[in-house]
Design a protein around this ligand. Structure first.
Ligand code: KG4
Ligand code: ZN
Length: 343
């Protein structure tokens, strides 16, 4: 059995996990910085870096202590090296290098998007590649093709805001705090999705890209015009907003599967925790004879289990890195091979 200890610190969660090569989660620990960023209604990189430094030792210890395995049973150390906020990335990457050096174990740098795509690797219901993946989070929204060698290719992406960013910015105007996705989800379940008409970009166009900035402007103008909302109206607005965001996400993911003749879809990223999106993509998958894998909600948002899983895939392929490996805040997923040493 191979055990990988992995760290995720690319944004506002300090997370560590140990996963074995059967995909079994041996332990996981996470510290969410949300309370520290909430007063600013967004992630403040410097506060994030400092909080990661304060927490990472404690979170690593928690993951190791709760695993019931000894340090010498850990076979490799992984961390998110790209993309993300540079300060937070450096904290996890340098910490992982320190442990790899101390334990004399290989270092596996991981691309964060590969982590989201492989969050369900070896779970019941997850499948062998090739498959299509929709990743929608606060920083990314794109459709990928994962080929049989686990190489990822971007098929379409947002041309402006990410889906989670749209939820968060519109949610802020609704007074739902930060991040607002979960609160919109809870209210939307009680609302009428037809109550407000909000624009959907590229709805009938044969492209796999998204755009949410027009929706954002329209939603903010609607809020200005109708505010203050009573509780029922707020629920209705949230339901209508979810409809406008999730319809193109699901439709274009199904279109991608059909275009590339692939009958499996895996979703991921924080927005993949959204109830409306999960129901919609499942229904559309059934209607089109496409299998859809939905990771557990807690592994849709940022976590270290997904980094350990992606690391297992690369470790099994013989991918390793030197301790001099650097982080990259912007590396596209197609270039993730650059994280590893050339053979
Ligand atoms: O993947 P994630 O934890 O971090 C990034 O890599 O960005 O995603 C965070 C995003 C936030 O924008 C948050 O509002 C959104 O995911 N989110 C949701 C839900 N839970 C989290 N959006 C809609 N519905 C949810 N249930
Ligand atoms: Zn993420």
């Amino acid at each position: 059995m191979t055990n990988i200890l992995a760290f995720e610190t690319s944004c506002d969660d300090t997370a560590a996990a140990i996963v074995n090569n059967s995909g079994e989660i041996i332990s996981e620990a996470i510290f969410s910085q949300i309370k520290e960023h909430q007063p600013f209604l967004g992630v403040v990189p410097e506060i994030g870096s400092r909080a990661h430094i304060e927490q990472i030792n404690h979170i690593a210890k928690q993951a190791i202590d709760n695993s019931g395995i000894k340090l010498d049973q850990i076979d490799a150390i992984a961390a998110t090296f790209a993309p993300g906020l540079v300060g937070p990335l450096l904290v996890g990457a340098q910490f992982a290098k320190g442990i790899a050096l101390a334990l004399n174990k290989p270092l596996i740098p991981v691309h964060h998007i590969e982590g989201h795509i492989l969050a369900g690797w070896k779970d019941d219901g997850f499948f062998e590649p090739p498959f299509i993946s929709l990743i929608a989070s606060g920083g990314h929204t794109a459709i990928y093709l994962c080929d049989k060698n686990y190489n990822m290719k971007t098929l379409g992406e947002t041309l402006d805001d990410a889906a989670g960013e749209a939820f968060d910015k519109i949610g802020r105007a609704l007074g739902l705090g930060y991040p607002a996705g979960k609160a919109i989800d809870e209210r939307g379940r009680k609302g009428d999705k037809k109550a407000f008409t909000l624009p959907i970009a590229f709805k009938n166009e044969d492209i796999l890209n998204f755009s949410f900035s027009g929706l954002k402007t329209s939603a903010l103008l609607t809020i200005k015009k109708h505010a203050p909302f009573d509780s029922n109206e707020l629920n209705d607005f949230c339901a209508s907003l979810e409809e406008a965001i999730t319809t193109p996400l699901c439709q274009k993911t199904i279109n991608a599967a059909k275009k590339y003749n692939i009958s499996q879809i895996a979703i991921g990223g924080g927005v993949a925790a959204n109830t409306c999106l999960r129901e919609k993509i499942s229904t559309m998958g059934q209607e089109n004879g496409i299998k859809v894998y939905l990771p557990p909600k807690k592994h849709c948002v940022d976590n270290a289990v997904m980094i350990a899983k992606a690391a297992h895939v690369r470790f099994a392929q013989g991918k390793r890195s030197q301790l001099s490996a650097d982080v990259s805040p912007t590396m596209p997923v197609e270039e993730s091979f650059e994280l590893y040493c050339q053979p």
